[in-house]
Design a protein around this ligand. Structure first.
Ligand code: SF4
Length: 177
C-alpha cells in the first residue's frame, strides 16, 4: 500500500463560505448503510468507523469558514470510467497537496483517497490502523453534508455540462490573510 503522489490539477471554481451557512443533513447517512457507494465499513473516513455526524458537525462549526473548490475533467462520454478515475485521482492529489501545504482539516467527496493498492485503486487500510493519519482526508458526505446543497450555498456549479465530471473538496479555515 502506498500514499498517492501529488499531481497538479487546475482548480475550476472556489469560494469561501462561513461554516454557519453549511447545511447539515445527517439523515442522508442512512443511505450509507445500503452501501450504495461500496465504501460502507471499508474506510476509516466512512460509517461506521468515522466520527459520528454530530462530532463532525461540531468540529466543522469550531472553524470560521470553509474553502470549497472544484476541479472539472473532460470525458469521452458518460460511460468513460477511465476518464472519471483519472479525474478523481488528479483531484485527490490536489486535495492531498492542499492538506500538506495548509495543515488544515480537509474533506473530499467520497472516502479517503490516500492509500492505493498495487493496481492504483483506492484501498483504505481499514480495519488495520491508518498508516498515514497526518494525510487522512475526510468525507464531506460522512460529515452529513449534501454536496449539492453545499455547492448552491457557495455559488459553485455542481455540474459543468455534458461529458464532464466535477469533483469537490473543502478545507476548514479560521482567519484567511
Ligand atoms: S490515509 Fe489510508 S488508511 Fe488512512 S484513512 Fe486514508 S485511505 Fe484509509
Amino acid at each position: 500500500m502506498e500514499a498517492s503522489s501529488a499531481v497538479n490539477a487546475p482548480v475550476h471554481e472556489y469560494a469561501l463560505l462561513p461554516t454557519g451557512e453549511v447545511v447539515f443533513s445527517p439523515e442522508l447517512l442512512e443511505s450509507c448503510k445500503t452501501n450504495v457507494c461500496g465504501n460502507y465499513n471499508k474506510s476509516w473516513t466512512c460509517p461506521p468507523a468515522c466520527e459520528s455526524p454530530q462530532e463532525q458537525r461540531g468540529k466543522i462549526l469550531s472553524y470560521k469558514q470553509i474553502l470549497l473548490f472544484t476541479t472539472v475533467h473532460n470525458l469521452e462520454d458518460s460511460f468513460d470510467y477511465d476518464g472519471m478515475t483519472e479525474g478523481r485521482n488528479l483531484h485527490a492529489a490536489l486535495t492531498a497537496e492542499l492538506k500538506k501545504l495548509s495543515g488544515a482539516p480537509v474533506y473530499g467527496a467520497g472516502s479517503c483517497p490516500i492509500c492505493k493498492d498495487a493496481e492504483g485503486n483506492n484501498r483504505c487500510a481499514f480495519p488495520a490502523p491508518c498508516p498515514f493519519p497526518e494525510h487522512k482526508i475526510g468525507s464531506i458526505e460522512a460529515a452529513g453534508i449534501n454536496v449539492t446543497e453545499l455547492s448552491k450555498a457557495a455559488g459553485i456549479a455542481y455540474n459543468n455540462g455534458p461529458n464532464t465530471v466535477t469533483f469537490f473538496s473543502m478545507a476548514l479555515l479560521n482567519d484567511v490573510n
